[in-house]
Design a binder for this molecule. Sequence first.
Ligand code: PEP
Ligand code: MG
Length: 584
Amino acid sequence: VRVFLGSPVSPGFGEGPAFLYRGLETLLLIAHEAPPGDPAVERARFTDAVAAARRELRALGRQIEKDYGRAEGRILHAQAFMLDDPLFQATVRSRLERGNGSAEAAVATAMTRLETRFRESADPYIRERALDVHDIGLRVLHHLADRAHHPLGRLPDGVVLLAEELLPSDTAFLDPARVRAIVTERGGDSSHVAILARALGIPAVTQVAGLLDAIETGDAVAVDGEAGRVIHQIEVAAHAEYARHALAYRSATDTVREQPYAEPVTRDGARVTLLANAAGPADVDAADRCGAAGIGLFRTEFFYLLRHEGVPEDEQAAAYRAMAARMGARPINIRTLDLAPDKLVPLAEDLPFARAPIRDRGVHHSLRHPELLRPQLRAILRAADPGRNLRILLPGVTGPRDVESVRALVEELRAELAAAGVIARTPPIGAMIETPPALLMAPEIARVADFLCIGTNDLLHYLFGHERQSGSADDTMYEPSLLRAIQSVVRAAAAAGKEVSLCGELAGAPAFTMLLLGLGLRILSMSPVRLGEIRYNLREITADDATTLADHALELGSAKEIRELLAAHASPWQRLVERRSAGS
Ligand code: PEP
Ligand code: MG
């Protein structure tokens, strides 16, 4: 038995046999296991995957060229060219002609053969190209993967999924019903695996060092997503204790989730609006089931990443309209594309994008790419029917001009639609306060925006410089400067008479409910699974006590002291779990 400690990012308990996933390289490892299909079908799949990979490389190449110059773009254009390499094409096709095996197996074989040949070349330039071959092969395999062929779409039932990290492009294929828990070596509280696991209600622990070297597929693993423990080959005695905690946790969760429509009102009558974060239609359904008063943050990136290319306007409009229908008059803040390195597909990770500064990301990227922004805004306008409450939320804002530029564009698009006979109203436009410049400009931004939304995930990243994917198992979220930042934005919004919410992962952390309330927040947006716990917390506390706690916290000068202060005020939810655990 061995116990690994990591960062608990999604609550709950889950156990089962381990399944090790090694990212795209897994696609290569299991390519030979792909079930062979009809040769004609396999040939068509190969042709389609190559075409998709070529389109993707060309588009990516053009974008990089535009943003970073010809030299960088050329690498991708050269890769697109290599897809047509006669040897690669002939090797794959001859295998498929002979009718033996799947397109996956044929691609993997051809890729390995070509890679070996390049690697053995006397010419150092050719040797270097072996990496490109590998990259292209993986890209084609990635395009061949669909739910029926991707390893994450064909998981055995009831596994504990272990990986170095899981990116949005991996998890797109994940069949969540088969996963009891997720454990990764990387990924912080606001990494996408954490956000996803919470959205799906799967217990998850991240930042577990040495995991993949110590555990093998099939080994028994028990995960405690409350304490952040991963137990390898659990013993009988320890298992009884584990099961007791799991039971207590489940019973507490059942209690708080029983009443999704109980009002989130404190004992002294302060009313709080609880919204949900979502990244797709399924999350919107979950939010509705959990009693969310709206969608405080709808992340549209996931939507884009799965498509490899832009999402057509009609399709976006249909998706937004369907969400709006589900939520009725409740607000949905549709955040425009927030392109950032930690949200990109893995294959693009080492491209120059990854070093893009704030001014090239979020709303700035969108404003420089009207071919992406215009259809997205038009889709929102078209879906914003009367009686619905669709709103626009802008990521990575750095000053009032960003909001004004988008507003001008929205007006232009509205006129364009009106000329075509589509009458739309202008939705409210909100700004995320998630960069240091936005913090400093919050009063000015509050004047021109219709609402503000504090993004603590990126704020922590920018203020303290830690990578979101590598996370912070440390105390960063307790830093006094973060409290100051939140307080200053709440004040800026109040001075301008505008609404402000908090939609970073902090909003759904039960230990912070009282502090956030005390800092003046009355709107919190979180993963749907957290709604029950936070609602329970709110109903058990008073706004008066919360103010006292926040005042006290604001006087403290270190993260350690703030963490201790919050620990001394165990949240009502935490106390409920402890009571259930002691009683069972
Ligand atoms: C944030 O930065 O806090 C946020 C809510 O947005 P995201 O996690 O999508 O960057
Ligand atoms: Mg953000």
